[in-house]
Design a protein around this ligand. Sequence first.
Ligand code: TIU
Length: 221
Amino acid sequence: MMIAVKASPYAFKLDPNKVALAVIDMQRDFVEPGGFGDSLGNDVSRLQAIVPTVQALIGLFRQQGWPIVHTRESHLPDLSDCPPAKRNRGDAALRIGDAGPMGRLLVRGEPGNAIIDECAPIEGEIVIDKPGKGMFCATDVQSQLDALGVTQLVFAGVTTEVCVQTSMREANDRGYECLLVEDATESYFADFKAATLAMLTAQGGIVGWTAPLADLKEAVG
Ligand code: TIU
């Protein structure tokens, strides 16, 4: 039985047997001082405000027994999966792979690359290390979702217009119905978040739907 969630631009029909949550890049590298996001000159404190909401959303999916995918933006220690075009981008003092206060920036296994404790995956949840912004680029997430029969993805995480939007667009092109939880995502730039929500839902939901957590919770009951 479908669950109608009040959403923009119109109700999202959630299928409890086909839905999964995708929590994008809730990592120390983006949320804490001394990580990759900070090295790019961003105010990382903006992202910390959504942590309780992301936690509550994860809790809702756990309570329902629905699948959860956690992603990490990360590179192998030898950076063989980091194109020079990515590593050389920008003019920051520290680049991907350089040593920062939480270890090497955006490198798999380093302390700063971990998902923050509040959102940490538990046994049985899918964890995807991705070298790109989108979750489908150079990962096996699609086959893992196929194995579970997932056709709908609820999105949360950081940052709204970079890894979250890219992942949602990739998912939309692969045929998933996508719902972004408005207060469980954040950007370093308030106006970019607002613009992203608007552009995803324009034209009858050209990329998908958005809704606040309260409306998802109310619908799920
Ligand atoms: N810089 C920025 O806004 N984001 C990223 O580099 N990665 C993610 O969004 N995870």
